[in-house]
Every structure is written in structure tokens, then in C-alpha cells.
Design a protein around this ligand. Structure first.
Ligand SMILES: [Zn+2]
Ligand SMILES: [Zn+2]
Length: 193
């Protein structure tokens, strides 16, 4: 499985492309890079609804005519940006919940981890987990934003600690880590929430 990554915009938001087919979080200005690096893409998936992760959804969605997936609790961000940056409004095609999805030939596991946003998810494809702004390499996403919830974040961390296997974790910002490494540093963050 091939995972391409590139950060975009002033927040250096990572956009990922899996096997040239699945586009995760096409952020500010990602469209051109996506266009150059996909081949017959099949889906766009957002880890959550923040503007810097969804900005180029509309361009990619319309250009390739492929479905846009986002958790049902974060879909409202695509119409109303509480930060006022106002990315192009777009209608999601599929509202995700926790569970298994078959997208093309891919078995994809969606886990719901509210806290940073109400509908933050991780996306597992093969040995890879895309964690958005829930878990970074050494830290967690901010919980002081509009619609963030520190209590929900606590529960999400406890839930993440129970994942019994290891995978590479590709976060929304910064470098990759692994589930096992994250499970080592995450308990410390419980004390700050
Ligand atoms: Zn975010
Ligand atoms: Zn972010």
C-alpha cells in the first residue's frame, strides 16, 4: 500500500493519498498536487470538518466526481465554518459512523473519537491509520475550539488505549507515529484534560 503525504497551507495540514485512489483531507491548495498524484481516484475522506482539512474538498469532489465522506457529526462544518475562514461550501455524499466500510476494493475501518471536534475519526486502511487532529506524534489535538469537548477527548483517549494492535499513524499535522507509541504518551495527556 502506497501512502503519499504533503502538508498544505499556513497550518501545514497533511493531505494523504492512498494507492493513488483515496484522498484524505485535501486542504488549502491541495487540489493541484492531488490531480498530479491520483489515478482513477474513488473517494475523498475527511478526518474531521476543520477548514484547513476540507478546503479543497469541493474542487476535488467536482473535478473527479467522486464521493466525499465525513463523519455525520462534523458534516455541519462543510456548510458553516465557526472560525470564519469560510472554505468553499460542499455537500458530503456519505455521512460516516463508526464501523467498517467497503470503498472500491478497500476494507476501511472508521473509529469515532470525539473531542477535538464532535465527529473526529480515525481511518484505517491496511496497516495505516489516519488520525486527523485527534492524535499527533507526541501530542493531541486542541480542545479549546468551538465545538471541542475536553471530556469527550478524555473518553476518546481511553478508547484509543484499548486498540490491541499496532499500525502506522498518519496525523493531520507533523510526522507519523504508531498506535503503540501513541499509547505510551497518551496517558500523560489525560492529566491535562
Ligand atoms: Zn482540526
Ligand atoms: Zn488540523
Amino acid at each position: 500500500m502506497e501512502v503519499l503525504a504533503r502538508p498544505f497551507g499556513e497550518f501545514q495540514t497533511n493531505c494523504y493519498i492512498v494507492d493513488k485512489k483515496i484522498i484524505i483531507d485535501p486542504g488549502i491548495g491541495a487540489f493541484k498536487w492531488v490531480k498530479e498524484n491520483v489515478k482513477d481516484p474513488i473517494a475523498i475522506i475527511n478526518t474531521h470538518g476543520h477548514f484547513d482539512h476540507v478546503w479543497d474538498d469541493k474542487k476535488v469532489n467536482e473535478y473527479f466526481n467522486i464521493p466525499l465522506y465525513i463523519h455525520k457529526d462534523d458534516a455541519f462544518f462543510l456548510q458553516n465554518d465557526p472560525f470564519g475562514f469560510n472554505p468553499p461550501k460542499v455537500e458530503p455524499d456519505v455521512l460516516l459512523e463508526e464501523g467498517n466500510y467497503k470503498i472500491g476494493d478497500y476494507e476501511i475501518l472508521i473509529r469515532h473519537f470525539a473531542g477535538h471536534t464532535p465527529g473526529s475519526i480515525t481511518i484505517e486502511i491496511g496497516d495505516n491509520m489516519f488520525s486527523g487532529d485527534f492524535v499527533f506524534d507526541g501530542s493531541i489535538g486542541r480542545v479549546d475550539f468551538p465545538y471541542s469537548n475536553p471530556e469527550a477527548m478524555k473518553e476518546s483517549i481511553k478508547k484509543f488505549l484499548k486498540i490491541p494492535y499496532d499500525k502506522i499513524v498518519h496525523p493531520g499535522h507533523g510526522f507519523s507515529t504508531t498506535i503503540k507509541k501513541a499509547q505510551k504518551f497518551l496517558p500523560t495527556w489525560l492529566e491535562y484534560l
